[in-house]
Ligand binder design. Structure first.
Ligand code: F6R
Length: 611
Protein backbone atom coordinates (compact mmCIF):
# COMPACT_ATOMS: atom_id res chain seq x y z
CA UNK A 1 0.00 0.00 0.00
CA UNK A 2 1.14 3.50 -0.83
CA UNK A 3 3.06 4.07 -4.03
CA UNK A 4 6.51 5.60 -4.05
CA UNK A 5 8.35 7.12 -7.00
CA UNK A 6 11.75 8.77 -7.33
CA UNK A 7 14.00 10.19 -10.00
CA UNK A 8 17.56 11.48 -10.23
CA UNK A 9 19.29 12.43 -13.47
CA UNK A 10 19.42 15.09 -16.17
CA UNK A 11 15.64 15.27 -16.85
CA UNK A 12 13.04 17.26 -14.97
CA UNK A 13 11.90 15.02 -12.12
CA UNK A 14 8.38 16.43 -11.73
CA UNK A 15 6.67 15.04 -14.86
CA UNK A 16 8.30 11.64 -14.38
CA UNK A 17 7.14 11.51 -10.77
CA UNK A 18 3.58 12.70 -11.50
CA UNK A 19 3.16 10.15 -14.30
CA UNK A 20 4.68 7.43 -12.12
CA UNK A 21 2.33 8.28 -9.25
CA UNK A 22 -0.70 8.08 -11.52
CA UNK A 23 0.39 4.60 -12.55
CA UNK A 24 0.80 3.60 -8.92
CA UNK A 25 -2.45 5.08 -7.63
CA UNK A 26 -3.83 1.56 -7.43
CA UNK A 27 -1.66 1.26 -4.32
CA UNK A 28 -3.49 4.03 -2.49
CA UNK A 29 -5.10 7.35 -3.33
CA UNK A 30 -5.91 9.17 -0.09
CA UNK A 31 -3.32 11.90 -0.61
CA UNK A 32 -0.40 12.78 -2.82
CA UNK A 33 2.89 14.61 -2.40
CA UNK A 34 6.16 15.43 -4.08
CA UNK A 35 9.53 16.77 -2.85
CA UNK A 36 12.14 18.29 -5.15
CA UNK A 37 15.48 19.95 -4.53
CA UNK A 38 16.18 23.09 -6.59
CA UNK A 39 18.39 24.33 -4.97
CA UNK A 40 16.49 24.12 -1.68
CA UNK A 41 14.02 21.46 -0.62
CA UNK A 42 10.46 22.10 -1.82
CA UNK A 43 7.45 20.01 -0.86
CA UNK A 44 4.00 20.00 -2.48
CA UNK A 45 1.34 17.81 -0.96
CA UNK A 46 -2.39 17.52 -0.72
CA UNK A 47 -5.23 15.30 0.37
CA UNK A 48 -6.81 13.55 -2.63
CA UNK A 49 -5.73 11.89 -5.82
CA UNK A 50 -2.69 12.73 -7.92
CA UNK A 51 -4.71 14.81 -10.39
CA UNK A 52 -5.88 17.04 -7.54
CA UNK A 53 -2.30 17.84 -6.51
CA UNK A 54 -1.42 18.40 -10.14
CA UNK A 55 -4.18 21.02 -10.56
CA UNK A 56 -3.40 22.61 -7.21
CA UNK A 57 0.20 23.37 -8.18
CA UNK A 58 -0.45 24.19 -11.82
CA UNK A 59 1.68 27.18 -12.79
CA UNK A 60 4.16 26.74 -9.94
CA UNK A 61 7.83 26.44 -10.72
CA UNK A 62 8.15 22.72 -10.01
CA UNK A 63 11.65 22.26 -11.35
CA UNK A 64 14.50 20.05 -10.22
CA UNK A 65 16.50 17.04 -11.36
CA UNK A 66 16.01 15.09 -8.18
CA UNK A 67 12.72 14.29 -6.54
CA UNK A 68 10.51 11.82 -4.72
CA UNK A 69 6.73 11.35 -4.78
CA UNK A 70 4.11 9.44 -2.82
CA UNK A 71 0.51 8.34 -3.19
CA UNK A 72 -0.90 7.33 0.17
CA UNK A 73 -3.18 4.70 1.68
CA UNK A 74 -3.60 5.99 5.22
CA UNK A 75 -2.47 3.86 8.14
CA UNK A 76 -1.43 6.27 10.92
CA UNK A 77 -3.43 9.48 10.75
CA UNK A 78 -6.49 10.31 8.66
CA UNK A 79 -6.11 11.34 5.02
CA UNK A 80 -5.33 15.08 5.16
CA UNK A 81 -2.86 17.63 3.82
CA UNK A 82 -0.77 17.48 7.00
CA UNK A 83 -0.56 13.68 7.04
CA UNK A 84 0.30 13.48 3.34
CA UNK A 85 3.88 12.51 2.48
CA UNK A 86 6.61 13.73 2.00
CA UNK A 87 7.33 14.73 5.58
CA UNK A 88 10.09 17.19 6.39
CA UNK A 89 12.46 16.87 9.35
CA UNK A 90 12.75 19.36 12.21
CA UNK A 91 15.72 21.07 10.53
CA UNK A 92 13.73 21.44 7.31
CA UNK A 93 16.56 19.79 5.38
CA UNK A 94 15.46 16.17 5.09
CA UNK A 95 12.35 14.85 3.35
CA UNK A 96 10.98 11.32 3.48
CA UNK A 97 8.31 9.19 1.83
CA UNK A 98 7.35 5.82 3.26
CA UNK A 99 5.31 2.78 2.34
CA UNK A 100 4.67 0.48 5.29
CA UNK A 101 4.20 0.72 9.04
CA UNK A 102 6.71 1.53 11.76
CA UNK A 103 5.31 -0.58 14.57
CA UNK A 104 7.40 0.85 17.41
CA UNK A 105 6.87 4.46 16.34
CA UNK A 106 5.10 5.37 19.60
CA UNK A 107 8.16 4.47 21.64
CA UNK A 108 10.48 6.39 19.29
CA UNK A 109 8.10 9.35 19.38
CA UNK A 110 8.16 9.43 23.20
CA UNK A 111 11.96 9.52 23.12
CA UNK A 112 11.93 12.35 20.60
CA UNK A 113 9.26 14.33 22.46
CA UNK A 114 11.46 14.20 25.56
CA UNK A 115 14.23 15.74 23.47
CA UNK A 116 11.93 18.60 22.49
CA UNK A 117 10.87 17.48 19.01
CA UNK A 118 7.51 18.65 17.74
CA UNK A 119 5.45 16.91 15.12
CA UNK A 120 3.38 18.34 12.32
CA UNK A 121 1.48 15.14 11.50
CA UNK A 122 0.03 12.03 13.13
CA UNK A 123 2.19 9.71 11.08
CA UNK A 124 4.73 7.08 12.04
CA UNK A 125 6.75 8.31 9.06
CA UNK A 126 7.51 11.75 10.50
CA UNK A 127 8.69 10.04 13.68
CA UNK A 128 11.09 7.84 11.72
CA UNK A 129 12.44 10.84 9.83
CA UNK A 130 13.19 12.84 12.97
CA UNK A 131 14.69 9.76 14.57
CA UNK A 132 17.04 9.52 11.58
CA UNK A 133 17.85 13.23 11.80
CA UNK A 134 18.52 12.97 15.53
CA UNK A 135 21.04 10.17 14.90
CA UNK A 136 22.61 12.11 12.03
CA UNK A 137 23.08 15.22 14.15
CA UNK A 138 24.21 13.41 17.28
CA UNK A 139 26.77 11.19 15.62
CA UNK A 140 27.70 13.66 12.90
CA UNK A 141 27.39 10.92 10.31
CA UNK A 142 26.10 10.77 6.75
CA UNK A 143 22.40 10.33 6.00
CA UNK A 144 23.09 6.82 4.72
CA UNK A 145 24.80 5.89 7.99
CA UNK A 146 22.01 7.44 10.06
CA UNK A 147 19.43 5.46 8.10
CA UNK A 148 21.29 2.23 8.75
CA UNK A 149 21.59 2.91 12.48
CA UNK A 150 17.94 3.96 12.73
CA UNK A 151 16.61 0.94 10.87
CA UNK A 152 18.33 -1.41 13.28
CA UNK A 153 15.98 -0.03 15.95
CA UNK A 154 12.86 -0.04 13.83
CA UNK A 155 10.32 -2.83 13.76
CA UNK A 156 7.74 -3.01 11.02
CA UNK A 157 7.73 -2.84 7.27
CA UNK A 158 9.02 -0.07 5.11
CA UNK A 159 10.28 1.28 1.91
CA UNK A 160 11.66 4.74 2.51
CA UNK A 161 13.13 7.30 0.12
CA UNK A 162 14.96 10.31 1.56
CA UNK A 163 16.28 13.57 0.20
CA UNK A 164 18.84 15.76 1.93
CA UNK A 165 18.99 19.41 0.88
CA UNK A 166 22.71 19.50 1.68
CA UNK A 167 23.35 16.60 -0.72
CA UNK A 168 21.22 17.34 -3.77
CA UNK A 169 22.98 14.63 -5.78
CA UNK A 170 21.74 11.63 -3.77
CA UNK A 171 18.57 9.74 -2.92
CA UNK A 172 18.87 7.33 -0.01
CA UNK A 173 16.42 4.43 -0.01
CA UNK A 174 15.87 1.34 2.12
CA UNK A 175 13.49 -1.57 2.19
CA UNK A 176 12.10 -4.24 4.44
CA UNK A 177 8.88 -6.00 3.57
CA UNK A 178 7.57 -3.47 1.04
CA UNK A 179 8.67 -3.46 -2.59
CA UNK A 180 11.30 -1.21 -4.17
CA UNK A 181 12.39 -1.31 -7.80
CA UNK A 182 15.27 0.79 -9.15
CA UNK A 183 15.44 1.42 -12.89
CA UNK A 184 18.90 1.84 -14.34
CA UNK A 185 19.14 4.46 -17.08
CA UNK A 186 22.14 6.08 -18.77
CA UNK A 187 23.28 8.61 -16.18
CA UNK A 188 19.91 8.49 -14.40
CA UNK A 189 17.95 6.32 -11.99
CA UNK A 190 14.23 5.78 -11.46
CA UNK A 191 12.57 4.41 -8.36
CA UNK A 192 9.15 2.89 -7.87
CA UNK A 193 7.06 0.50 -5.80
CA UNK A 194 6.78 -1.35 -9.08
CA UNK A 195 8.37 -0.92 -12.49
CA UNK A 196 5.55 1.11 -14.08
CA UNK A 197 7.06 4.60 -13.52
CA UNK A 198 10.16 3.69 -15.53
CA UNK A 199 8.75 1.64 -18.40
CA UNK A 200 9.37 4.18 -21.15
CA UNK A 201 12.90 4.95 -19.96
CA UNK A 202 14.57 1.65 -19.19
CA UNK A 203 14.05 -2.09 -19.18
CA UNK A 204 16.90 -2.76 -16.73
CA UNK A 205 15.84 -2.91 -13.11
CA UNK A 206 17.12 -3.97 -9.72
CA UNK A 207 14.69 -5.37 -7.14
CA UNK A 208 16.09 -4.22 -3.81
CA UNK A 209 16.14 -6.90 -1.10
CA UNK A 210 14.99 -6.66 2.50
CA UNK A 211 17.43 -4.93 4.85
CA UNK A 212 19.28 -3.25 2.00
CA UNK A 213 20.05 0.46 1.81
CA UNK A 214 20.50 2.03 -1.62
CA UNK A 215 22.59 5.15 -2.18
CA UNK A 216 21.50 6.45 -5.56
CA UNK A 217 23.20 9.14 -7.60
CA UNK A 218 22.51 9.95 -11.25
CA UNK A 219 25.35 7.76 -12.44
CA UNK A 220 25.89 5.41 -9.53
CA UNK A 221 23.91 2.87 -7.54
CA UNK A 222 25.40 1.47 -4.35
CA UNK A 223 23.62 -1.20 -2.34
CA UNK A 224 24.63 -2.04 1.22
CA UNK A 225 23.22 -4.22 3.94
CA UNK A 226 22.52 -2.83 7.39
CA UNK A 227 26.02 -3.94 8.40
CA UNK A 228 27.51 -1.50 5.82
CA UNK A 229 28.72 -4.30 3.51
CA UNK A 230 28.44 -3.69 -0.23
CA UNK A 231 25.89 -5.89 -2.03
CA UNK A 232 25.96 -6.62 -5.74
CA UNK A 233 22.92 -5.18 -7.51
CA UNK A 234 21.31 -7.95 -9.54
CA UNK A 235 19.99 -6.45 -12.79
CA UNK A 236 16.84 -7.99 -14.26
CA UNK A 237 15.37 -7.32 -17.73
CA UNK A 238 11.77 -6.10 -17.65
CA UNK A 239 9.31 -7.95 -19.81
CA UNK A 240 6.51 -5.38 -19.79
CA UNK A 241 5.36 -2.88 -22.39
CA UNK A 242 3.81 0.55 -21.80
CA UNK A 243 0.58 -0.44 -23.60
CA UNK A 244 -0.05 -3.06 -20.91
CA UNK A 245 -0.59 -0.33 -18.30
CA UNK A 246 -2.80 1.94 -20.41
CA UNK A 247 -6.59 1.78 -20.72
CA UNK A 248 -6.52 1.02 -24.44
CA UNK A 249 -9.87 2.68 -25.20
CA UNK A 250 -11.83 1.19 -22.30
CA UNK A 251 -13.58 3.45 -19.79
CA UNK A 252 -11.90 1.75 -16.87
CA UNK A 253 -8.98 -0.55 -16.21
CA UNK A 254 -11.39 -2.98 -14.57
CA UNK A 255 -13.41 -3.34 -17.75
CA UNK A 256 -10.28 -3.65 -19.86
CA UNK A 257 -8.97 -6.34 -17.54
CA UNK A 258 -12.26 -8.26 -17.58
CA UNK A 259 -12.23 -8.18 -21.39
CA UNK A 260 -8.58 -9.19 -21.55
CA UNK A 261 -9.31 -12.57 -19.99
CA UNK A 262 -9.55 -14.68 -23.14
CA UNK A 263 -6.03 -13.47 -23.91
CA UNK A 264 -4.63 -13.62 -20.39
CA UNK A 265 -5.89 -17.16 -19.81
CA UNK A 266 -4.45 -18.11 -23.18
CA UNK A 267 -1.11 -16.51 -22.21
CA UNK A 268 -1.15 -18.42 -18.99
CA UNK A 269 -1.72 -21.76 -20.73
CA UNK A 270 0.59 -21.04 -23.66
CA UNK A 271 3.83 -22.95 -23.66
CA UNK A 272 2.62 -25.11 -20.78
CA UNK A 273 -0.49 -26.91 -21.91
CA UNK A 274 -0.34 -29.04 -25.04
CA UNK A 275 -3.77 -30.64 -25.25
CA UNK A 276 -2.90 -32.55 -28.44
CA UNK A 277 0.27 -34.08 -27.04
CA UNK A 278 -1.36 -34.54 -23.64
CA UNK A 279 1.38 -32.71 -21.75
CA UNK A 280 1.69 -29.98 -19.16
CA UNK A 281 5.13 -28.42 -18.90
CA UNK A 282 5.83 -26.48 -15.72
CA UNK A 283 9.50 -26.56 -14.90
CA UNK A 284 9.20 -24.97 -11.45
CA UNK A 285 6.58 -27.50 -10.40
CA UNK A 286 8.41 -30.42 -12.06
CA UNK A 287 11.37 -29.83 -9.76
CA UNK A 288 9.19 -30.52 -6.73
CA UNK A 289 6.75 -32.97 -8.35
CA UNK A 290 7.86 -35.95 -6.23
CA UNK A 291 7.56 -34.01 -2.98
CA UNK A 292 4.11 -32.73 -3.98
CA UNK A 293 2.91 -36.20 -4.95
CA UNK A 294 4.08 -37.60 -1.63
CA UNK A 295 2.90 -34.71 0.52
CA UNK A 296 0.47 -35.51 3.31
CA UNK A 297 -1.25 -32.23 2.79
CA UNK A 298 -1.20 -29.03 0.82
CA UNK A 299 -2.01 -25.69 2.41
CA UNK A 300 -3.18 -22.84 0.19
CA UNK A 301 -2.33 -19.48 1.76
CA UNK A 302 -3.77 -16.26 0.37
CA UNK A 303 -6.03 -13.25 0.97
CA UNK A 304 -9.19 -11.89 -0.66
CA UNK A 305 -9.81 -12.92 -4.24
CA UNK A 306 -6.66 -15.03 -4.25
CA UNK A 307 -8.05 -16.90 -1.25
CA UNK A 308 -11.17 -17.63 -3.30
CA UNK A 309 -8.95 -19.07 -6.02
CA UNK A 310 -7.42 -21.24 -3.29
CA UNK A 311 -10.88 -22.48 -2.31
CA UNK A 312 -11.65 -23.53 -5.87
CA UNK A 313 -8.23 -25.17 -6.01
CA UNK A 314 -8.99 -27.12 -2.83
CA UNK A 315 -11.87 -28.85 -4.63
CA UNK A 316 -9.74 -29.42 -7.74
CA UNK A 317 -6.66 -30.75 -5.94
CA UNK A 318 -8.60 -33.09 -3.68
CA UNK A 319 -10.53 -34.45 -6.64
CA UNK A 320 -7.58 -34.90 -8.96
CA UNK A 321 -4.66 -35.65 -6.63
CA UNK A 322 -6.38 -37.11 -3.55
CA UNK A 323 -4.09 -35.02 -1.38
CA UNK A 324 -5.77 -33.35 1.57
CA UNK A 325 -5.93 -29.57 1.11
CA UNK A 326 -6.49 -26.76 3.59
CA UNK A 327 -7.13 -23.18 2.56
CA UNK A 328 -5.97 -20.54 4.98
CA UNK A 329 -6.37 -16.80 5.27
CA UNK A 330 -2.74 -15.70 5.40
CA UNK A 331 -3.51 -13.21 8.17
CA UNK A 332 -4.82 -16.00 10.42
CA UNK A 333 -2.28 -18.61 9.40
CA UNK A 334 0.70 -16.43 10.26
CA UNK A 335 -0.43 -15.68 13.79
CA UNK A 336 -1.99 -18.90 15.05
CA UNK A 337 1.04 -21.15 15.40
CA UNK A 338 -0.16 -23.61 12.76
CA UNK A 339 1.11 -27.17 12.68
CA UNK A 340 3.61 -27.35 9.85
CA UNK A 341 5.62 -30.47 9.23
CA UNK A 342 8.75 -30.79 7.15
CA UNK A 343 7.70 -31.59 3.61
CA UNK A 344 4.26 -29.97 3.84
CA UNK A 345 3.53 -28.11 0.63
CA UNK A 346 2.35 -24.52 0.95
CA UNK A 347 0.94 -22.86 -2.15
CA UNK A 348 0.98 -19.07 -1.81
CA UNK A 349 -1.45 -17.41 -4.21
CA UNK A 350 -1.03 -13.69 -4.86
CA UNK A 351 -1.58 -11.29 -7.72
CA UNK A 352 0.78 -8.61 -6.43
CA UNK A 353 3.27 -10.94 -4.82
CA UNK A 354 3.59 -8.29 -2.11
CA UNK A 355 0.67 -8.97 0.25
CA UNK A 356 2.30 -8.63 3.67
CA UNK A 357 0.30 -11.35 5.42
CA UNK A 358 0.91 -13.90 2.67
CA UNK A 359 4.59 -13.05 2.55
CA UNK A 360 5.18 -13.44 6.27
CA UNK A 361 3.01 -16.59 6.40
CA UNK A 362 5.23 -18.32 3.84
CA UNK A 363 8.43 -17.05 5.43
CA UNK A 364 7.31 -18.63 8.71
CA UNK A 365 6.29 -21.88 7.00
CA UNK A 366 9.56 -22.02 5.10
CA UNK A 367 11.52 -21.68 8.31
CA UNK A 368 9.67 -24.77 9.60
CA UNK A 369 10.70 -26.87 6.59
CA UNK A 370 7.66 -26.54 4.32
CA UNK A 371 8.07 -26.41 0.56
CA UNK A 372 6.76 -23.11 -0.75
CA UNK A 373 5.22 -22.88 -4.19
CA UNK A 374 4.19 -19.44 -5.44
CA UNK A 375 1.33 -18.79 -7.84
CA UNK A 376 2.06 -15.13 -8.43
CA UNK A 377 1.36 -12.57 -11.13
CA UNK A 378 4.01 -9.91 -10.61
CA UNK A 379 7.39 -11.12 -11.80
CA UNK A 380 10.23 -10.54 -9.34
CA UNK A 381 7.84 -9.73 -6.47
CA UNK A 382 8.65 -10.63 -2.88
CA UNK A 383 6.43 -13.73 -2.68
CA UNK A 384 7.84 -15.02 -5.95
CA UNK A 385 11.33 -14.58 -4.60
CA UNK A 386 10.69 -16.22 -1.25
CA UNK A 387 9.01 -19.24 -2.91
CA UNK A 388 11.10 -22.36 -3.59
CA UNK A 389 9.41 -22.74 -6.96
CA UNK A 390 6.11 -22.00 -8.58
CA UNK A 391 4.45 -20.70 -11.69
CA UNK A 392 3.74 -17.15 -12.76
CA UNK A 393 0.18 -16.46 -13.88
CA UNK A 394 1.26 -14.20 -16.78
CA UNK A 395 -1.93 -12.12 -16.61
CA UNK A 396 -0.02 -8.88 -17.21
CA UNK A 397 -0.30 -5.81 -14.98
CA UNK A 398 -3.62 -5.67 -13.12
CA UNK A 399 -4.34 -2.04 -12.34
CA UNK A 400 -8.05 -1.96 -11.44
CA UNK A 401 -8.11 -2.36 -7.68
CA UNK A 402 -10.66 -5.18 -7.86
CA UNK A 403 -8.94 -8.33 -8.99
CA UNK A 404 -10.42 -9.94 -12.11
CA UNK A 405 -8.03 -11.34 -14.68
CA UNK A 406 -5.61 -12.41 -11.95
CA UNK A 407 -8.29 -14.70 -10.52
CA UNK A 408 -8.94 -16.61 -13.73
CA UNK A 409 -5.21 -16.88 -14.41
CA UNK A 410 -4.65 -18.22 -10.89
CA UNK A 411 -7.32 -20.85 -11.52
CA UNK A 412 -5.72 -21.78 -14.83
CA UNK A 413 -2.31 -22.27 -13.18
CA UNK A 414 -3.69 -24.16 -10.19
CA UNK A 415 -5.73 -26.44 -12.44
CA UNK A 416 -2.64 -27.22 -14.51
CA UNK A 417 -0.64 -28.05 -11.39
CA UNK A 418 -3.39 -30.33 -10.06
CA UNK A 419 -3.76 -32.07 -13.42
CA UNK A 420 -0.04 -32.59 -13.75
CA UNK A 421 0.37 -33.98 -10.22
CA UNK A 422 -2.82 -36.06 -10.41
CA UNK A 423 -1.81 -37.64 -13.69
CA UNK A 424 1.76 -38.36 -12.60
CA UNK A 425 0.49 -39.76 -9.32
CA UNK A 426 -2.05 -41.94 -11.07
CA UNK A 427 -5.07 -40.51 -9.28
CA UNK A 428 -6.77 -39.62 -12.56
CA UNK A 429 -6.91 -41.88 -15.57
CA UNK A 430 -5.59 -40.92 -18.97
CA UNK A 431 -9.01 -40.40 -20.53
CA UNK A 432 -10.16 -37.95 -17.93
CA UNK A 433 -6.79 -36.23 -17.97
CA UNK A 434 -6.90 -35.76 -21.74
CA UNK A 435 -10.50 -34.60 -21.64
CA UNK A 436 -9.70 -32.00 -18.99
CA UNK A 437 -6.71 -30.76 -21.00
CA UNK A 438 -9.05 -30.23 -23.94
CA UNK A 439 -11.54 -28.46 -21.68
CA UNK A 440 -8.82 -26.20 -20.29
CA UNK A 441 -7.64 -25.41 -23.79
CA UNK A 442 -11.18 -24.31 -24.67
CA UNK A 443 -11.54 -21.86 -21.75
CA UNK A 444 -10.32 -18.69 -23.54
CA UNK A 445 -12.95 -19.21 -26.27
CA UNK A 446 -15.73 -19.84 -23.75
CA UNK A 447 -14.77 -16.76 -21.74
CA UNK A 448 -14.92 -14.72 -24.96
CA UNK A 449 -18.44 -16.09 -25.50
CA UNK A 450 -19.59 -14.97 -22.04
CA UNK A 451 -18.15 -11.51 -22.63
CA UNK A 452 -20.50 -11.14 -25.60
CA UNK A 453 -23.38 -11.05 -23.08
CA UNK A 454 -22.09 -7.84 -21.55
CA UNK A 455 -25.03 -5.73 -22.74
CA UNK A 456 -27.48 -8.16 -21.15
CA UNK A 457 -25.52 -8.08 -17.89
CA UNK A 458 -25.50 -4.27 -18.03
CA UNK A 459 -29.32 -4.29 -18.25
CA UNK A 460 -29.52 -6.59 -15.24
CA UNK A 461 -27.13 -4.28 -13.39
CA UNK A 462 -29.42 -1.29 -14.08
CA UNK A 463 -32.38 -3.25 -12.73
CA UNK A 464 -30.74 -4.17 -9.42
CA UNK A 465 -28.39 -1.24 -8.82
CA UNK A 466 -30.48 0.17 -5.95
CA UNK A 467 -30.54 -3.05 -3.94
CA UNK A 468 -29.41 -2.66 -0.34
CA UNK A 469 -28.25 -6.28 0.03
CA UNK A 470 -27.50 -9.17 -2.27
CA UNK A 471 -27.08 -12.88 -1.68
CA UNK A 472 -24.76 -14.99 -3.84
CA UNK A 473 -25.28 -18.75 -3.72
CA UNK A 474 -23.48 -21.70 -5.26
CA UNK A 475 -22.49 -25.24 -4.45
CA UNK A 476 -19.30 -27.25 -4.96
CA UNK A 477 -16.87 -25.61 -7.37
CA UNK A 478 -19.29 -22.71 -7.75
CA UNK A 479 -19.45 -21.91 -4.03
CA UNK A 480 -16.15 -19.96 -4.08
CA UNK A 481 -17.41 -18.24 -7.24
CA UNK A 482 -20.42 -17.05 -5.23
CA UNK A 483 -18.02 -15.71 -2.57
CA UNK A 484 -16.02 -13.95 -5.25
CA UNK A 485 -19.18 -12.46 -6.79
CA UNK A 486 -20.19 -11.04 -3.41
CA UNK A 487 -16.72 -9.62 -2.78
CA UNK A 488 -16.65 -7.92 -6.19
CA UNK A 489 -20.04 -6.33 -5.60
CA UNK A 490 -19.13 -5.08 -2.11
CA UNK A 491 -15.89 -3.47 -3.14
CA UNK A 492 -17.07 -1.84 -6.36
CA UNK A 493 -20.67 -0.86 -5.63
CA UNK A 494 -20.65 -0.62 -1.80
CA UNK A 495 -23.76 -2.83 -1.69
CA UNK A 496 -23.74 -5.27 1.17
CA UNK A 497 -23.42 -8.76 -0.29
CA UNK A 498 -22.98 -12.23 1.18
CA UNK A 499 -21.71 -15.35 -0.54
CA UNK A 500 -22.94 -18.65 0.84
CA UNK A 501 -22.97 -22.34 -0.04
CA UNK A 502 -26.52 -22.66 -1.39
CA UNK A 503 -27.41 -25.42 1.07
CA UNK A 504 -26.25 -23.39 4.07
CA UNK A 505 -28.83 -20.73 3.27
CA UNK A 506 -31.42 -22.63 5.28
CA UNK A 507 -29.24 -22.35 8.37
CA UNK A 508 -29.61 -18.60 8.63
CA UNK A 509 -29.38 -16.30 5.61
CA UNK A 510 -32.77 -17.36 4.26
CA UNK A 511 -34.20 -15.08 6.95
CA UNK A 512 -32.99 -12.16 4.80
CA UNK A 513 -35.06 -13.19 1.79
CA UNK A 514 -37.89 -10.89 0.87
CA UNK A 515 -39.29 -9.38 -2.30
CA UNK A 516 -36.53 -6.80 -2.66
CA UNK A 517 -33.57 -9.14 -2.18
CA UNK A 518 -31.64 -10.10 -5.33
CA UNK A 519 -30.22 -13.62 -5.03
CA UNK A 520 -27.58 -14.54 -7.56
CA UNK A 521 -27.30 -18.26 -8.19
CA UNK A 522 -24.13 -19.59 -9.75
CA UNK A 523 -25.79 -22.74 -11.01
CA UNK A 524 -23.96 -24.16 -13.99
CA UNK A 525 -24.43 -27.90 -14.59
CA UNK A 526 -22.47 -30.02 -12.11
CA UNK A 527 -22.93 -32.91 -9.73
CA UNK A 528 -25.08 -30.77 -7.46
CA UNK A 529 -27.22 -29.10 -10.06
CA UNK A 530 -30.57 -30.55 -9.01
CA UNK A 531 -29.90 -29.58 -5.43
CA UNK A 532 -29.15 -25.97 -6.43
CA UNK A 533 -32.37 -25.85 -8.40
CA UNK A 534 -34.21 -26.95 -5.23
CA UNK A 535 -32.52 -24.06 -3.41
CA UNK A 536 -33.79 -21.75 -6.15
CA UNK A 537 -37.30 -23.04 -5.52
CA UNK A 538 -36.89 -22.16 -1.86
CA UNK A 539 -35.91 -18.59 -2.69
CA UNK A 540 -38.71 -18.25 -5.22
CA UNK A 541 -41.23 -19.47 -2.64
CA UNK A 542 -40.15 -16.52 -0.46
CA UNK A 543 -40.39 -14.05 -3.34
CA UNK A 544 -36.66 -13.29 -3.58
CA UNK A 545 -35.49 -11.99 -6.98
CA UNK A 546 -33.44 -14.70 -8.68
CA UNK A 547 -30.61 -13.98 -11.11
CA UNK A 548 -29.38 -17.31 -12.41
CA UNK A 549 -26.04 -17.96 -14.10
CA UNK A 550 -26.75 -21.21 -15.91
CA UNK A 551 -26.06 -23.27 -19.03
CA UNK A 552 -28.28 -23.19 -22.10
CA UNK A 553 -29.33 -26.82 -21.65
CA UNK A 554 -30.87 -26.03 -18.26
CA UNK A 555 -34.63 -26.01 -18.88
CA UNK A 556 -35.84 -25.68 -15.32
CA UNK A 557 -33.94 -22.72 -13.85
CA UNK A 558 -35.32 -20.17 -16.35
CA UNK A 559 -38.81 -20.96 -15.09
CA UNK A 560 -37.73 -19.97 -11.58
CA UNK A 561 -35.40 -17.07 -12.29
CA UNK A 562 -36.31 -13.42 -12.83
CA UNK A 563 -33.18 -12.95 -14.92
CA UNK A 564 -30.92 -15.44 -16.62
CA UNK A 565 -27.32 -15.18 -17.76
CA UNK A 566 -26.23 -18.02 -20.02
CA UNK A 567 -22.68 -19.34 -20.01
CA UNK A 568 -21.18 -22.16 -22.11
CA UNK A 569 -21.08 -25.62 -20.58
CA UNK A 570 -17.83 -26.95 -19.14
CA UNK A 571 -16.61 -29.70 -16.84
CA UNK A 572 -17.35 -28.65 -13.26
CA UNK A 573 -13.61 -28.42 -12.52
CA UNK A 574 -13.20 -25.87 -15.29
CA UNK A 575 -16.53 -24.04 -14.86
CA UNK A 576 -15.44 -21.41 -12.25
CA UNK A 577 -13.14 -19.72 -14.79
CA UNK A 578 -16.22 -19.17 -16.92
CA UNK A 579 -18.99 -18.61 -14.37
CA UNK A 580 -17.00 -15.89 -12.58
CA UNK A 581 -17.08 -13.61 -15.63
CA UNK A 582 -20.75 -12.55 -15.16
CA UNK A 583 -19.95 -11.88 -11.47
CA UNK A 584 -17.21 -9.46 -12.49
CA UNK A 585 -19.33 -7.74 -15.14
CA UNK A 586 -22.35 -7.41 -12.86
CA UNK A 587 -20.29 -5.75 -10.11
CA UNK A 588 -18.61 -3.50 -12.66
CA UNK A 589 -21.83 -2.30 -14.29
CA UNK A 590 -23.58 -1.77 -10.94
CA UNK A 591 -20.60 0.27 -9.68
CA UNK A 592 -20.61 2.38 -12.85
CA UNK A 593 -24.41 2.80 -12.74
CA UNK A 594 -24.07 4.13 -9.20
CA UNK A 595 -21.45 6.60 -10.38
CA UNK A 596 -18.52 5.20 -8.41
CA UNK A 597 -14.85 5.20 -9.32
CA UNK A 598 -14.65 1.46 -9.98
CA UNK A 599 -10.90 1.47 -10.55
CA UNK A 600 -10.28 3.10 -7.20
CA UNK A 601 -13.01 2.07 -4.78
CA UNK A 602 -13.11 3.89 -1.47
CA UNK A 603 -10.85 2.77 1.38
CA UNK A 604 -9.09 0.16 -0.74
CA UNK A 605 -5.66 -0.25 -2.22
CA UNK A 606 -4.45 -2.93 -4.52
CA UNK A 607 -1.26 -4.08 -2.97
CA UNK A 608 -1.79 -4.68 0.74
CA UNK A 609 1.74 -4.36 2.03
CA UNK A 610 0.66 -3.68 5.59
CA UNK A 611 -0.91 -6.31 7.81
C1 F6R B 1 -10.30 -8.14 -4.35
C2 F6R B 1 -8.87 -7.94 -4.22
C3 F6R B 1 -8.22 -8.32 -2.95
C4 F6R B 1 -6.93 -9.11 -3.24
C5 F6R B 1 -6.18 -9.38 -1.93
C6 F6R B 1 -4.95 -10.23 -2.17
O1 F6R B 1 -10.76 -7.75 -5.60
O2 F6R B 1 -8.22 -7.48 -5.12
O3 F6R B 1 -9.07 -9.04 -2.13
O4 F6R B 1 -7.27 -10.29 -3.87
O5 F6R B 1 -5.80 -8.17 -1.35
O6 F6R B 1 -4.05 -9.60 -3.01
P1 F6R B 1 -2.90 -10.38 -3.75
O7 F6R B 1 -3.55 -11.34 -4.67
O8 F6R B 1 -2.13 -9.33 -4.47
O9 F6R B 1 -2.10 -11.08 -2.70
Amino acid sequence: MCGIVGYIGPRQAYPIIITGLKRQEYRGYDSTGIALINPTLKVYKKKGKVAELESAILGEDVKGNIGIGHTRWATHGEPSDRNAHPHVSASGKLAIIHNGIIENYAQLKTELLKKGYQFNSDTDTEVLLNFIEEIKNNTNCSLEEAVRIALKRVSGAYVILLLDQDHPDTIVAARKGSPLVIGIGKGEHFLGSDATPMLEYTKEVVYVNDYEVAIIKADELILKNLGNERQTPYITKLDMELAAIEKGGYDHFMLKEIFEQPQTIYDCLRGRLDAEAGTITMSGIQKYADQIKNANRIVMVACGTSWHAGLVAEYIFEELTRISVEVEYASEFRYRNPVINKGDVIIAISQSGETADTLVAIENAKAKGAIILGVVNVVGSSIARVSDAGAYTHAGPEIGVASTKAFTAQLAVLTMIALKIGYEKGTIDRDRYLRLLQELDAVPGKVAEVLQSHERIKEIAEKYKDAKDCLYLGRGYNFPVALEGALKLKEISYIHAEGYPAAEMKHGPIALVEETLPVIFVATKDSYHEKVVSNMQEIKARKGKIIAVINESDQLSPTLANDVILVPEADEIIAPMISVIPMQLLAYYIGVAKGYDVDKPRNLAKSVTVE
